[in-house]
Design a protein around this ligand. Structure first.
Ligand SMILES: C[S@@+](CC[C@H](N)C(=O)[O-])C[C@H]1O[C@@H](n2cnc3c(N)ncnc32)[C@H](O)[C@@H]1O
Length: 218
């Protein structure tokens, strides 16, 4: 069952989307609590279908140093940190200190606090100033910022590393002309254009939930 309306894609047929979610195994109590909290407080999270994709990509690529831009209550962070294992290091970033406080509680409950570094502030500035390069960078900030987030993240990604962005179909609006004032749709469209025309990236846009773009840095 789709637990929360904000997990619906808006472009996948309802019965097909329900089918995808019904296939998913039950989550552990901590992740379930985070899903409940997100639903009750209307906090957008990637949800379990996309979270599994992230976890799979971390494991398949053996990513250990991971930067997340836009982490909210840390739902996606927990999936990334668990997939990266005890040698993993995941940099959480969010502009909202209250969400960061709650995320820290969940990291302790989920047993990943030691491998997560919490940073509060502008994720674009934080990714630039955090030392070293990353094996994987996940972008989930405000959608009008996606082109700028890409510019900030790309120099910080290892060659062969993965850049992943959520919401790249934006309820299907990415496929249609954006309204004059619709900065979010325009931001997503420009991001998609940039990654598909970049000579440094090999992107694939996966129409899972709200669209997930996975790019390998060449
Ligand atoms: C969609 S939510 C992130 C959800 C999270 N990735 C998950 O799936 O659990 C977006 C978050 O990005 C944060 N945000 C938006 N723009 C930001 C920026 N420029 N710097 C830091 N945080 C930002 C918001 O405060 C919000 O909590």
């Amino acid at each position: 069952m789709i637990r929360s309306e904000n997990l619906r894609s808006g472009y996948i047929q309802d019965d097909v989307e329900e089918y995808i979610y019904k296939l998913l195994p039950d989550r552990d109590p901590v992740v379930k609590e985070m899903e409940d909290y997100a639903e009750e407080h209307d906090i957008p999270i990637i949800g379990p279908a996309v979270a599994r994709l992230l976890a799979l990509l971390v494991q398949a690529s053996d990513a250990k140093r991971i930067f997340e831009m836009g982490s909210a209550i840390g739902y996606s962070t927990v999936w990334l940190a668990r997939a990266a294992g005890t040698k993993g290091r995941v940099f959480y970033s969010d502009g909202d200190p209250e969400k960061a406080k709650r995320a820290e509680v969940y990291f302790r409950m989920a047993g990943v606090a030691k491998r997560v570094e919490v940073q509060v502030g502008d994720a674009l500035g934080l990714v630039r100033k955090t030392s070293g390069k990353f094996d994987l960078i996940f972008i989930d900030v405000d959608k009008q910022q996606y082109p700028a987030a890409l510019h900030a993240a790309l120099p910080k990604l290892q060659r062969g590393g993965l850049l992943i962005a959520d919401n790249t179909l934006w309820s299907g609006k990415a496929a249609r002309p954006a309204g004059e004032g619709d900065k979010e749709t325009k931001g997503i469209q420009e991001f998609n254009r940039l990654v598909y025309t970049s000579k440094d990236l090999y992107p694939v846009l996966i129409p899972l939930r709200d669209g997930v773009t996975v790019c390998r840095k060449m």
